[in-house]
Design a protein around this ligand. Structure first.
Ligand code: PEP
Length: 253
């Protein structure tokens, strides 16, 4: 059975004290994760170690970095490498979030390099894709997302793609309070899985967790996660509120 994942994306928010309180409160909420479920905390780089300590020994709770650079090492002032993340025990890294694509001009080609670097150093990418409002209004979202997958992931082997994590995040739903309906989410998630099945085989596609992201809240998570091809969520705003994120975790299938 593929993993069901509730992944928090804290973005560039919180002080370290607030971060520690948040994670402590989420743990104190006492959510029980089943063997196929995982909670992942995408925290800012400076807080990785302190949040990691809070999560230590907590079953199926893990850290993600929010980014890494597309080069192995060298004169890239201010960047953080996959090897550095691995060396401090980070298992996951969010790759290609729409904010990185928009503000930092990360292209599909650069993201293709990043996923390879992740594999080289044993990090699991949470690969983000999704269309903006203009593309949704034209009705070409399936083709758009397919191109993102082709250009950034199709150089990987079926073995590398087994158990991979993708987050489908329509840009028009991120931080806007507008959520894709559960039917819209299911439709494009099923499309993504069929594109992956064509390239990598049905068994591999069936092993890939496809998360939905875009204004997931405590009140809508259960319905969205209940769709057959939605395997949890990547959550921004609501992951900053302990009770809300605890409810979202307990909404996993
Ligand atoms: C995100 O940052 O990936 C996200 C989906 O944000 P929000 O939940 O706030 O829409």
């Amino acid at each position: 059975m593929r993993k069901q994942i509730a992944a928090a994306n804290w973005k560039m928010n919180l002080t370290v004290q607030q971060a520690e309180t948040l994670v402590t409160d989420i743990i104190a909420a006492g959510v029980e994760l089943k063997p196929n479920q995982e909670a992942v905390f995408g925290v800012p780089f400076p807080y990785i170690t302190s949040v990691q300590k809070k999560l230590s020994g907590k079953k199926n709770m893990n850290i993600a970095a929010q980014n890494c650079y597309s080069k192995v090492c060298g004169a890239y002032t201010g960047e953080v490498s996959a090897e550095m993340l691995k060396s401090i025990g980070v298992p996951y890294v969010i790759i290609g979030h729409s904010e990185r694509r928009e503000y930092f001009k990360e292209s599909n080609a650069e993201l293709a390099e990043k996923v390879i670097i992740c594999f080289e150093f044993g990090l699991k990418p949470i690969f983000c894709c999704g269309e903006d409002l203009a593309i949704r209004e034209q009705g070409t979202q399936n083709d758009f997302v397919e191109t993102q997958l082709k250009e950034s992931l199709f150089h990987l082997t079926p073995q590398q793609m087994t158990g991979f994590v993708i987050a489908y995040e329509p840009i028009w739903a991120i931080g806007t309070g507008k959520t894709a309906s559960s039917a819209q989410a299911q439709e494009i998630h099923a499309h993504i899985r069929s594109v992956l099945a064509t390239q990598f085989g049905q068994d591999v596609a069936d092993s890939i967790s496809i998360l939905y992201g875009g204004s997931v809240k405590a009140g809508n998570a259960k319905e969205i996660f209940g769709q057959p091809d939605v395997d949890g969520g990547l959550v921004g705003g609501a992951s900053l509120v302990a009770t809300d994120f605890a409810t979202i975790i307990s909404s996993l299938k």
